[in-house]
Design a protein around this ligand. Structure first.
Ligand code: ADP
Ligand code: NA
Length: 350
């Protein structure tokens, strides 16, 4: 039976947050039954955050452990790390030659991360979205579950696919490698599918609990309000108790969350953790004070995260087992990648 192919990645750049869980990992788990899934620890990407890591192999294992502890079955799906599949870097090079510098310069993540001294940012940071496009297209995946912060990068991945398909259209035809590809409402003949981001849900961008204007990020060590997937019950409760809110209680309608970033964030987190809509959560808590809502949110967060954190620690105690899963995943991924690369080499003319 044909199942759509899902690809997504998480960087080994620090302790996983509630944002990573709700924006990405929880969705990975939900997609397992109706899709073939490839979940990748994107260690090549992590060099754009910091070149020298002392514990990259352990960080990589921790992300794989989080995938598995959250419920991903590594026997039915592929869990692996990017650096073990050289095809990611090879396809990224070709995409570097397809993509335009102007496209990369417009990326808000690049602007944020490069800061004022853009000339001194690494070339890798600029080219990050090109490697991300290669990650997905190396397997000709069609669906990519991510948080809202990755939306712009996925639009760029679509642009790269479209330009590759256009620039090489005659050669794709000549090689007999053209297949029907869905583009919006139409089907066109091309090689690379145009990826669909899967971003929906009540918490597509979990914001910092310190204030509702910055996203919660594992790569931001200065934000100690962030909830980590491995936090214990007391720590989770304390962080939620301290979360910034406004003086009003909870509105009874979703419209009442407009202009109230902190309230919207907490309601969204509650909804995502319980697979409910924000409207449904407000149906229960509307009109009540945060002093009542926060303990309920803590209890919910602890009930979801504690068993995952515990399982992560159990898995991390056996690094050999995690390494075996990653090796096996990389072997399968390499087999799939080689098929695409054979085609691409033929299309380019190598
Ligand atoms: P981070 O930005 O935390 O270092 P990554 O870049 O490794 O995380 O992203 C891993 C996945 O987690 C991506 O799909 C990203 O969109 C998602 N993600 C990261 N932060 C958040 C957040 N605050 N809310 C929702 N999704 C998030
Ligand atoms: Na990110």
């Amino acid at each position: 039976s044909f199942k759509p192919l899902v690809f997504s990645g998480v960087q080994p750049t620090g302790s996983l947050t509630l944002g990573n869980y709700l924006g990405a990992i929880r969705k990975f788990v939900a997609l397992q039954d109706n899709h073939d899934c490839m979940y990748c620890v994107v260690d090549l990407h992590s060099l754009t955050a910091r070149l020298v890591h002392d514990d990259l192999a352990d960080q990589t294992r921790a992300i794989a452990a989080a995938f598995i502890a959250a419920g991903i079955d590594p026997h039915r799906h592929i869990v692996f790390n990017q650096s073990r599949v050289p095809g990611h870097a090879e396809l990224a090079w070709i995409f570097n030659c397809v993509a335009r510098i102007g496209w990369m310069n417009r990326m808000t993540q690049f602007k944020d991360k490069a800061g004022k001294d853009r000339e001194n940012a690494s070339l890798g940071l600029l080219a990050y979205p090109s490697l991300m496009a290669a990650d997905i297209m190396l397997y000709r995946a069609t669906h990519v579950p991510v948080g809202d912060d990755q939306k712009q990068h996925l639009e760029l991945a679509r642009d790269i696919a479209i330009k590759f398909n256009n620039d090489f259209s005659e050669r794709i035809e000549q090689a007999g490698l053209s297949v029907p590809v869905t583009m919006g409402e139409e089907k066109v003949n091309a090689y690379f599918p145009i990826v669909e981001p899967l971003i929906e849900g009540p918490a597509p961008r979990v914001m910092s609990l310190r204030d509702g204007t910055k996203k919660m990020s594992k790569s931001d060590p200065s934000d100690n309000s962030r909830i980590n997937m491995t936090d214990d019950a007391e720590t989770i409760a304390k962080k939620i108790r301290k979360a910034k809110t406004d003086p009003d209680g909870l509105p009874t309608e979703v419209d009442g969350l407009k202009g109230r970033a902190e309230a919207d964030n907490l309601v969204g987190i509650f909804a995502a953790l319980s697979d409910r809509s924000k409207a449904d959560v407000l149906g229960e808590f509307g009109g009540r004070q945060f002093s009542e809502f926060k303990p309920a949110l803590s209890e919910l967060a602890v009930s979801v995260l504690s068993p995952i954190g515990e399982e992560m620690r159990r898995l991390m105690a056996d690094p050999g087992h995690l390494d075996a899963i990653l090796w096996n995943g990389a072997e399968q991924a390499n087999g799939m990648a080689e098929k695409t690369l054979d085609d691409v080499r033929q299309i380019v003319g190598f």
